[in-house]
Structure formats: C-alpha cells, structure tokens
Design a protein around this ligand. Structure first.
Ligand code: AP5
Length: 214
C-alpha cells in the first residue's frame, strides 16, 4: 500500500504515519526527518536544508525530489510506503506520479489530516523532539516520563528551532500557498481521503484504519 500523508505543519502527519508504518509493515519516509538527520550528521544537504527550514520555507524541489525517488526505489519499499511531508508542492507530486508511472505503479491514498490553523500554533509550542532519536512528544498529550528526557533513548527533548511561534505562522502561510493545492490534485485523482485531525490521536488513527482497511 502506498500512502501520502497530507496536512498542515503539526496536524499530526508524523504521529499517524509512524503508526501506519507499524500496523501495515511498510517504511515511514519523512522528508523532514531525513533533512534533520542530515543536519545532525553535518552533510552538505543538511546544511542547505537548514537555511530554508529555519525560515519556515520549503527546501527547493531539486534537493527534495531525487532524495525521495531514491528512497522509494529501495528494496524495503517494494510492498509500499507511507510518505510524510512529501509531496509538498505540485511539481513534487508530478515528479512522484511520473516516477511511479515509469514502473507501472501509482499512489493508493492521500490522507489529509485536517486541523484548523487556530489549533496548530498551540500544538506546536507544546511539541518536544528528541535531539538524538527524533521521537516526538507533547507536554500535555504525550509527556515524557521524566521531564525533558526522551523515554526511548534518554537524551534531551527540546522545542524544534522551527517550532517557535513566528516560524510556525510562516510555515502555515507556506502550507496554504504551496501545499494545500495538493488537496485538489489528489481529489481529481480520486485518492483523497480526509480525517478530522482535531480528535484524540487514537480516534484519528481509527479513522485512518477504516479508510485503509484492517
Ligand atoms: P516536517 O518535519 O515534515 O514538518 P511539518 O510538515 O511542518 O510537520 P511537522 O513534523 O511539524 O508536524 P506533523 O504534522 O508531523 O505533526 P506531529 O505528528 O509531529 O518538515 C520540516 C521542514 O522541512 C519544512 O518546514 C521544510 O522546510 C522542510 N521540508 C520537509 N519536507 C519537505 C518537502 N517535501 N519539500 C520541501 N521542504 C520540505 O504532531 C505535532 C504535535 O501535535 C506533536 O507534539 C504531537 O504529539 C501532537 N499531536 C499529534 N496528533 C495530535 C492529536 N490528534 N491531538 C493532540 N495532539 C496531537
């Protein structure tokens, strides 16, 4: 099964994508996580991506598309994958369709996790991410067992640089301008499914499983 997670920054795409990946035994591919891992390793790609991410802007398509096409061509993706944070622009969506058409494949579902802007800024200011393993928490809805420490690896959890309220507002503008048009794009392909992302996480996941099938 090949799935795209759509939604505003902080809508819960990553939270749901991880659970989908576990349930259906397919890889979770997050472009944001790939950029952050590169940044941590000090690669050129990581340094370039940071310039855009810190400003709340999108990393240019030419840096993003090849990276995803390489990843979905790997052996572990042959039974499907869940894309989280890609595509984010119409050219990225077209590049993905073209790459899949070349191997007689297409995406099965684009799941839009719908959350109004008002909820997003609050959610993001409460998110904490581990500096080592990238696990995410929320100070109210998913707190760490020990304050400030990752349950999974024991490293520090922090507010992401791009989760500062001003940067979140910028990311939301960029989302509305460049990413929201994908909703119509996938509606036309008849693979768009929308879930109410304001519900508790378990209910959002339940709604997604109903769409994808048990
Ligand atoms: P990326 O890391 O993809 O960020 P994003 O899309 O902005 O999404 P987030 O990770 O911020 O949020 P999410 O929707 O995954 O929410 P989460 O599950 O964590 O990208 C970062 C940057 O990289 C971009 O700004 C861009 O610069 C660059 N980039 C990445 N991909 C790119 C691409 N394709 N092209 C160009 N540039 C690209 O949840 C958020 C919080 O809410 C968490 O604390 C969570 O615990 C909580 N939460 C989740 N669900 C619920 C719920 N139902 N109720 C209450 N709280 C909830």
């Amino acid at each position: 099964m090949k799935i795209i997670m759509l939604g505003a920054p902080g809508a819960g795409k990553g939270t749901q994508a991880k659970q989908i990946a576990d349930k259906y035994g397919i890889p979770h591919i997050s472009t944001g996580d790939i950029f952050r891992a590169n940044l941590k390793q000090g690669t050129e790609l990581g340094k370039k991506a940071k310039e855009y991410m810190d400003q709340g802007l999108l990393v240019p398509d030419e840096l993003t598309c090849d990276l995803v096409m390489d990843r979905i061509g790997q052996e572990d993706c042959k039974n499907g994958f869940v894309l989280d944070g890609f595509p984010r622009t119409i050219p990225q969506a077209e590049a993905l369709d073209k790459a899949l058409a070349n191997i007689n494949e297409k995406m099965d579902y684009a799941v839009d996790v719908d959350v109004p802007d008002e909820n997003i800024v609050n959610r993001m200011s409460g998110r904490r991410a581990c500096i080592n393993c990238g696990a995410t928490y929320h100070i109210v809805s998913i707190p760490t067992k020990v304050e400030g420490i990752c349950d999974r690896c024991g490293e520090k959890v922090v507010l992401r640089d791009d989760d500062q309220p001003e940067t979140v507002k910028k990311r939301l503008n960029v989302y509305h301008e460049q990413t929201q048009p994908l909703i119509d794009y996938y509606k036309k392909q008849d693979i768009l499914r929308t879930v109410d992302g304001t519900q508790p996480m378990e209910q959002v996941f339940g709604a997604i499983v109903e769409i994808l099938g048990a």
